[in-house]
Design a protein around this ligand. Structure first.
Ligand code: 5GP
Ligand code: SF4
Ligand code: MG
Length: 464
């Protein structure tokens, strides 16, 4: 999971890129960067940490030009170091080129081995580096031609924004696994700028108009003549949009894959109340990710909604902490129960997902220690039993509690009085016509829509 932005033809390009990264900070908190272009030179700044710490006024002033791209990173491929921070910049025979990538290539290792055999030297360990090598190797044609050649060799999920001295280019993979939105913004003094972002909440911050999604398999080229669209891939009939964007990743105020995330999330909660009703005194979300589903559960069941768990907003998401001891400690740092509310009460507690089970275990204990009489855990997605290879840093199959435990065993482990997950069918309540046809739900089903060449052992276990 990462957040990306591309700005074309605006005199304040790097400033706008900064704002878009700020709005998309939830998609990655490890590192951030911006590369801008004034038509002849690229300027770059990348660092570890949060956007507000990385970009000061002085830093942004050193990123001039009318085009810019940016990135917030959450590592999926490659270690968390500055060398692996994006945008990734190279100098090749055609000039300078930088890229931001959201997604994960599933034949990266294979391609890298082939390229190394032919003499390519790799600097970092991020998967987009192979794309840059493929572009650099192809001698023929324009930058667009070289890019098309490179994109035809890679597999997996990608939303890219590239920047060269005189162009900004956006591309989305043929199955549209990750989201990418296109917007436009009136420039003071005349002209129209274009904005490409992972999530529309970033367009809202700029006051830019959301035009449409970048289509799966579409490449958009922005230069001094404006915007052009090309679709060089054979037409894919089936999309594989990531259903987890709706469950957890995207901000609820974004429009993703053509729908409002908040509406879908509250709908998951309503479905959950129908599938797993229970007598209780209050519905309590695990903030923030469980809030919209808890509102839906409360509306449908008529059980009052209470914010009986309060989140400290100055703590990063605990999921990415590397050591088990820290993760256990992390839940307490992040959440605190309101004892007066909970004492002697029957609680329905709503979270969006159980990954390892550590969070739910701590939360049930926290609610009970605070005096709750019963805790009924309800999860607004199906059991997560398969790892993601398309840009989400899920643990290995062994670490996913649902891959080796029944629901009753998970209930016992987390110490809840009852446990209910949303069914796979109810997940698609919003899509009456196509059902799951247009979505990837491999982390629940093991039906991987794009082959994972780099993990043959997993592909053997799946239904493909
Ligand atoms: P667990 O403790 O079961 O491993 O984690 C479950 C919690 O992690 C849930 O509250 C859910 O909101 C959150 N979560 C699910 N997927 C992700 C993810 O990809 N990244 C982060 N940071 N948190 C996640
Ligand atoms: Fe999204 Fe899950 Fe598919 Fe990964 S496996 S792309 S998280 S739906
Ligand atoms: Mg959560």
């Amino acid at each position: 999971m990462c957040g990306i932005v591309g700005i074309a033809n605006h005199p304040e390009a790097s400033n706008l890129a900064y704002l878009c990264l700020y709005a998309q900070q939830h998609r990655g908190q490890e590192s951030g960067g911006i590369v801008s272009s004034d038509g002849t030179t690229l300027y770059q700044h990348r660092a570890m940490g949060h956007i507000s710490d990385i970009f000061t006024r002085d830093v942004i002033a050193k990123l001039p030009g009318h085009n810019a791209i940016g990135h917030v990173r959450y590592s999926t491929s490659g270690a968390s170091t500055l060398k692996n921070a994006y945008p990734f910049v190279v100098n090749y025979s055609g000039g300078w080129l930088a890229v931001s990538h959201n997604g994960n290539l599933t034949n990266y290792r294979k391609l890298r081995k082939e390229l190394e055999k032919e003499g390519s030297i790799f600097n970092a360990s991020v998967d987009s580096e192979v794309v840059m090598h493929l572009v650099a190797k192809s001698r023929e044609g324009t930058l667009e031609d070289k890019l098309i050649g490179a994109l035809k060799k890679i597999k997996g999920s990608y939303c890219f924004v590239f920047i060269s001295e005189d162009k900004m280019i956006a591309a989305r993979d043929p199955k549209g696994i990750r989201p990418l939105a296109l917007g436009e913004l009136q420039v003071n003094g005349g002209g129209m700028a274009h904005v490409v972002v992972s999530e529309t909440c970033a367009l809202d911050l700029l006051g830019a108009k959301f035009i449409r999604e970048v289509e799966p398999g579409e490449i958009l080229i922005f230069d001094s003549c404006g915007m052009r669209s090309i679709k060089p891939f054979e037409k894919e009939t089936k999309r594989a949009q990531c259903i987890f964007e709706y469950i957890y990743f995207a901000r609820p105020d974004s429009n993703i894959f053509g729908r409002d995330v908040y509406t879908i999330r509250t709908g998951f909660g309503r479905q959950l109340a129908r599938e797993h009703p229970v007598e209780a005194d209050m519905v309590v979300p695990v903030p923030d990710s469980g809030v919209p589903a808890a509102i839906g559960y409360s509306e449908e069941s008529g059980i009052p909604f209470q914010m009986a768990l309060i989140r400290n907003h100055y703590v990063g998401r605990t999921f990415i902490e590397p050591k088990k001891e820290i993760r256990h400690f992390g839940v307490k740092v992040k959440l605190n129960p309101i004892r007066e509310l909970l004492k002697g009460k029957r609680v329905v507690c709503i979270d969006d997902s159980i990954v390892r089970g550590t969070t739910s275990l701590k939360i049930v204990k926290m609610l009970k220690d605070a005096g709750a009489k019963e805790v009924h855990m309800r999860i607004s997605s199906p059991p997560t039993s398969w790892p993601c290879f398309y840009g989400i840093d899920t643990p290995t199959r062994e670490e996913l509690i649902a891959s080796s435990h029944t629901i009753e065993e998970i209930r016992k482990y987390i110490g809840a009085d009852s446990l209910g997950y949303l069914s796979k069918e109810a997940l698609y309540w919003f899509e009456k016509v196509n059902g799951n046809e247009w979505f990837c739900d491999a982390c629940f089903t093991g039906d991987y829509p794009v082959d994972v060449d780099d993990a043959p052992e997993i592909m053997k276990l799946t239904k493909k």
